[in-house]
Design a protein around this ligand. Structure first.
Ligand SMILES: Cc1cc2nc3c(=O)[nH]c(=O)nc-3n(C[C@H](O)[C@H](O)[C@H](O)COP(=O)(O)OP(=O)(O)OC[C@H]3O[C@@H](n4cnc5c(N)ncnc54)[C@H](O)[C@@H]3O)c2cc1C
Length: 412
């Protein structure tokens, strides 16, 4: 059995940022990674994906993007290189090709069983990702066998799909990006739309992420939220990172030929049934987007910078076809269904009673209710930006302080 004061599970941005902070505090540790550094970005994303956060926003402790395209959006090979370089310059102690099979409490710490042997540690950081498994609704079990069922974690490009039309369920970042790409490849695409967050790529001459950063929206803390559970469940922003900086929303998809339908509520006898709430969801998303834009305008006005930016803009409401289908016979040319219905973490290896009845890890801003155990990278975990590359640094800094104090206390 090997020993480290801290074992970090996962060498994505979360694990690497935590490692950097532990190194700065001279806390000996190891990062256990089942693949290579940045494994999720390398093996679980589709071919054309680019970050939806601009390059300047790829900031990690002691390291940041310093290329010549700060406003561009990294492709997946670029993200992988970015994180692998970070691991190298940080001299991060990563054990690659090592899968954690079981974690349990032992001797006041944790025993971590891997396919390469056992570790014992006093403190444990779970940085194994929040998007390990595609969250598909239970009704997916009723999909007819002849329709191929895929998740965004399995999808690679349109050429790999069987001939025929594609229905995509979910219109957040993944869903709208796949709808755009598959439609552009010449296929019929039906997009089932539930709750979503509409967002322009740019506003008043700046990227929307620049505004969110400037007005402090990404730094809002979890303990300042009235309903943090709801905030954690909110869908991702309808954004895509492209060299042309295009806005992709339901209006642009509809113009491109994507057929919009309501939220999928049932699959029966080969037919998909949709709720009649499409217009409501769209109206709500329009309202919320304009509310955010109004708060940006207010920030500009109150900071006396009105002349520094172009005048405020408002956008066309989302156009909804009053005849939008309430059901669709999947035999009518649909050969693939993609569940862009969100993601969830995998804790199947965690043998410590810290999961709630829905299988979610219990935590208070990343501090898990088990001595010396922490989690990282979950949506709105400590801050709105917690699950983003740009959020890993601040969360790791806070949790490293907590972890260090817990070691001091245990030693005393
Ligand atoms: C489609 C998509 C697009 C995204 N786009 C952006 C974006 O544009 N900008 C942005 O900031 N964020 C984006 N994110 C969100 C987030 O940044 C990524 O999900 C990111 O990968 C999370 O980093 P992480 O370090 O927390 O987890 P991960 O990158 O998932 O790292 C976890 C690591 O743990 C390893 N691991 C898991 N289980 C085990 C085990 N049992 N044993 C050993 N190792 C294990 C995995 O192999 C992986 O390397 C996106 C997410 C998705 C799904």
């Amino acid at each position: 059995m090997k020993f480290a004061t801290t074992v970090i599970i996962g060498a994505g941005q979360s694990g690497l940022a935590m490692s950097r902070h532990l190194t700065d505090r001279s806390i000996d540790h190891v990062i256990i990674e089942r693949g290579e550094v940045a494994n999720s970005w390398q093996t679980e994303r589709w071919d054309s994906l680019r970050l939806l956060t601009p390059n300047w926003q790829s900031r990690l402790p002691g390291y940041a993007y310093n290329g010549d395209d700060p406003d561009g959006f990294m492709s997946m090979p670029e993200v992988v290189r970015f994180l692998q370089r970070y691991a190298k310059v940080s001299d991060a102690p990563v054990e690659t090709g090592t899968r954690v099979m079981n974690v349990r409490q032992r001797d006041g710490g944790y025993e971590v069983l891997t396919n390469q042997g056992q570790w014992h540690c006093r403190t444990l950081v779970i940085a194994s990702g929040s998007c390990n498994i595609a969250a598909t609704p239970s009704l997916s079990a009723a999909l007819p066998r002849k329709v191929m069922s895929l998740t965004p974690l399995q999808y690679r490009n349109p050429d790999r799909l069987p001939d025929g039309g594609v229905m995509i369920v979910g219109a957040s970042a993944s869903g709208i990006q796949l709808a755009r790409e598959i439609q552009a490849s010449g296929r019929r695409v039906v997009l089932s739309v539930g709750e979503h967050v509409r967002m322009p790529r740019a506003y008043r001459g700046r990227d929307i992420q620049w505004w969110m950063d400037a007005i402090g929206a990404m730094d809002v803390r979890y303990d300042a939220m009235e309903d943090i559970e709801r905030a954690r469940r909110l869908p991702s922003l309808q954004l895509v990172g492209t060299p042309e900086r295009v806005t992709v929303d339901l209006n642009s998809l509809r113009k491109a030929g994507v057929e919009l339908v309501g939220r999928l509520v049932g699959l029966r006898d080969g037919k998909a049934h949709f709720s009649g709430s499409l217009a409501n969801f769209c109206a709500l998303a329009d309202l919320k987007m304009h509310r955010l834009l109004a708060s940006i305008d207010e920030w500009v006005r109150s900071s006396g910078r009105n002349d520094a930016f172009p005048v405020p803009q408002r956008y066309e409401p989302t156009a909804v076809d009053p005849q939008a289908k309430l059901s669709l016979d999947l035999n009518d040319g649909i050969s693939t269904l993609i569940w862009a219905t969100g993601y969830r973490p995998d804790y199947s290896w965690l043998d410590v009673p810290v999961l709630d009845r829905k299988g979610r890890i219990r935590h208070d801003g990343g501090v898990v209710p088990a001595p010396g155990m922490y989690v990282m990278g979950l949506p709105f975990m400590r801050r709105r930006k917690s699950s983003f590359i740009d959020g890993a640094g601040d969360d790791a800094a806070d949790l490293a302080v907590h972890l260090s104090l817990s070691l001091t206390r245990a030693a005393a």
